[in-house]
Design a protein around this ligand. Structure first.
Ligand SMILES: [Zn+2]
Ligand SMILES: [Zn+2]
Length: 355
C-alpha cells in the first residue's frame, strides 16, 4: 500500500473531491484503519448541506460510522495490527474530568472521525487506538458473522446509529414491563425499538413513513402509529398503551424533527423520561412546566461510550438486534450520488459505503 484515497468536502454543497494521498503514519496511541464500511448519517448531511460546521477545518473527509482492519499502529497500539474493529463515532481521551466521571461522550478532547479529523469516506483513516471495539474471529470484511448477511461492513452502523440508541436505552433505566414510545423509527429509532424490546419493554413506534412502521412491527414493536395523525388522537392512543405498565413512560425522540420533538414532549406522562436522541437546529415550542407537573425528566444523549460497544456487538452477533437487513451497500466512489439520494429520501436503508 503506497497511497490512500479520500473523498474530501471542500465547501458546503460543493462537489466532493477524490484525492489520493500518502499513507498517514500513526503516531503514539494511533491506529491506521483500512475501511471495510462507512455508514452515511444524518449528521454528514448536516455538515454537507446545512452548513453545520465541522470542528476540523475543510477540506475534510466526512464519515463517522466506520468499521475496518487496523493496518498500522503507533507506540502502545501495536497489539491491534491486523485486528477487525468498529470505530466508535466518539472516542473520548480517557483522562479528563468528564472521562474520569464516566461522561466521556462530552470529553473536550474527544475525536470524532469526519469532524475532528478525516473520516471514513476514504480507503483508510487515522484514529486514536483507545476505545476501538475489536470484532473477534473476523479475518475478512465479507465473512458472515453469525447472522445472515452480517459482515464487518454492515457492523459499521454500530459506530453510531445502533450505539447511540444503545446508550440512550441504558440511560433510560428501562424496567421489564415498562412502556416505551419511539418517535421516529428510522436510522437510530429502529435500534431503540429493538433494544427496548430486548430489555423487556413494551414498545410503541411513531413514524410518518408506513414502510418504517411496518419494519418497526416486524422488529419487535407492539404497535405502530402514524406520527402525522392528529396530536389529540395520538396522545390518547399512547396513554391507553402506557396504562398499567411498570414505571413512567420512556419516550425516545429519534426523529430529529421539530414536529417530532414537540410530539415526544407531549407524550410524556407522570414520572416519565424523555430521551432527546435526534438533532435539529430548529427551535420548538413546548410547555417546559410539564416536566415539573409530571415530575418527569428530559435527558440528552450524545453518542455512546466505547465501553458499551462489546455488549452491543454481542447482541448483534447473537441475533437479538438486527443490523444486516437495515443496511444497503454502495461503492464509495458513488458517495456523491448517495448523499443526494439520502437527502431526497430515495434510499430507505442505512447506506454503507464500501471502498
Ligand atoms: Zn451519526
Ligand atoms: Zn476526556
Amino acid at each position: 500500500m503506497a497511497e490512500i484515497v479520500r473523498w474530501l468536502m471542500t465547501a458546503p454543497d460543493a462537489p466532493l473531491e477524490r484525492v489520493v494521498a500518502a499513507v498517514p503514519v500513526p503516531g503514539p496511541g494511533q491506529a491506521l484503519v483500512e475501511v471495510a464500511g462507512c455508514g452515511v448519517c444524518h449528521t454528514d448531511l448536516g455538515f454537507y448541506y446545512e452548513g453545520v460546521r465541522t470542528r476540523a477545518p475543510l477540506p475534510l473527509a466526512l464519515g463517522h460510522e466506520v468499521s475496518g482492519f487496523v493496518r498500522a499502529a503507533g507506540a502502545g497500539a501495536e497489539h491491534l495490527i491486523g485486528q477487525a474493529v468498529v470505530v466508535p463515532a466518539v472516542l473520548p481521551c480517557g483522562d479528563c474530568e468528564h472521562c474520569l466521571a464516566g461522561r466521556g461522550t462530552v470529553c473536550a478532547r474527544q475525536f470524532m472521525p469526519g469532524n475532528d479529523g478525516h473520516g471514513g469516506f476514504a480507503s483508510h483513516l487515522l484514529v486514536p487506538a483507545r476505545g476501538l471495539c475489536p470484532v473477534p474471529g473476523c479475518s475478512d470484511a465479507d465473512q458472515e458473522l453469525g447472522q445472515p448477511g452480517l459482515t464487518l461492513r454492515s457492523l459499521s452502523v454500530l459506530a453510531d446509529a445502533a450505539s447511540t440508541a444503545y446508550q440512550a436505552v441504558v440511560r433510560a433505566s428501562l424496567e421489564p414491563g415498562g412502556a416505551v414510545v419511539v418517535v421516529g423509527a428510522g436510522g437510530v429509532g429502529i435500534y431503540a425499538v429493538q433494544l427496548a424490546r430486548h430489555f423487556g419493554a413494551r414498545v410503541i413506534a411513531l413514524d410518518v413513513d408506513p414502510a418504517r412502521r411496518e419494519q418497526a412491527l416486524a422488529l419487535g414493536a407492539d404497535k405502530a402509529l402514524d406520527a402525522a395523525a392528529d396530536r389529540r388522537s395520538l396522545r390518547s392512543e399512547v396513554k391507553a398503551f402506557v396504562a398499567g405498565s411498570r414505571g413512567g413512560v420512556r419516550v425516545f425522540e429519534c426523529s430529529g424533527h421539530p414536529g417530532g420533538q414537540e410530539l415526544a414532549f407531549e407524550l410524556l406522562g407522570p414520572a416519565g423520561v424523555l430521551l432527546v436522541v435526534g438533532f435539529t437546529s430548529t427551535k420548538v415550542s413546548i410547555r417546559l412546566s410539564r416536566l415539573m407537573a409530571l415530575d418527569a425528566q428530559a435527558i440528552g444523549n450524545w453518542g455512546c461510550l466505547p465501553e458499551h460497544y462489546p455488549t452491543l456487538l454481542e447482541l448483534v452477533r447473537s441475533g437479538a438486534v438486527a443490523v444486516a437487513p437495515l443496511c444497503e451497500t454502495f461503492p464509495l466512489d458513488d458517495v456523491q450520488q448517495v448523499l443526494e439520494a439520502v437527502r431526497a429520501h430515495r434510499i430507505h436503508g442505512r447506506p454503507v459505503l464500501i471502498p
